[in-house]
Design a protein around this ligand. Structure first.
Ligand code: MN
Length: 203
């Protein structure tokens, strides 16, 4: 089955105190699971799509039959984006990046503090729902950007390296309207090993 719903790589309470267990549970078992279910239901109407990867589908939505295109854009994006988000967080994480991605960040943004400030500014500036990203261009240069709703970097020809969900459902129980506080605390969860693997995998 090509479109697996991956298990959460840690327990619901593993991201405490930065993200509370109830938020993780609802986010994963309700929001993420529903995006996956709706996406699979849409694709099943066009079985020829079952042979494609999720990345290939989201990179070129114009090839998706029109009757399911919007459902795939929103729910396929929601399925994919959340998988990346869960994977680039973890308990006992945070700190500063190492390796090739650390060097690329330093080259592009000067230092880690400036990089963090740019991600936080981008996440705060995403009016409404969406994500802030560190992504990679085809020439392997880095870009910090936001996407709206469940749109993905893939649709812009970019490879995602790091993502933070700034939909209210990601932080509202604990932080309410204080998105900046969530973003500042979120750095304590970043699994930089995963970000490095994603960067090294870019061809
Ligand atoms: Mn979310």
């Amino acid at each position: 089955m090509a479109f697996d719903f991956l298990p959460l790589p840690y327990g619901f309470d593993a991201l405490e105190p930065v993200i509370d267990a109830r938020t993780v549970e609802i986010h994963y078992t309700k929001h993420h699971a529903t995006y996956h279910k709706n996406f699979v239901a849409a694709v099943e109407k066009h079985p020829e799509l079952m042979d494609l990867s999720i990345e290939s589908i989201l990179a070129d939505l114009n090839k998706i039959p029109e009757d399911i295109r919007n459902v795939v854009r929103g729910n396929g994006g929601g399925y994919y984006n959340h998988t990346l988000y869960w994977a680039n967080m973890g308990p006992n994480a945070g700190g500063e990046p190492k390796g090739a991605v650390a060097e690329a960040i330093k080259a592009a943004y000067g230092d880690f503090a400036a990089f963090k400030a740019e991600i936080e500014k981008t996440g705060l500036g995403r009016l409404g729902s969406g994500y802030a990203w560190l992504s990679c261009k085809p020439d392997r240069s880095l870009v910090i950007h936001a996407t709206m709703n469940q749109d993905t970097p893939l649709a812009e020809g970019l490879t995602p390296l790091l993502v933070v969900d700034v939909w209210e459902h990601a932080y509202y129980l604990k932080y309410q309207n204080r998105r900046a506080e969530y973003l500042a605390a979120w750095w304590n969860l970043v699994n930089w090993n995963v970000v490095e693997e994603r960067f090294l995998a870019v061809k």
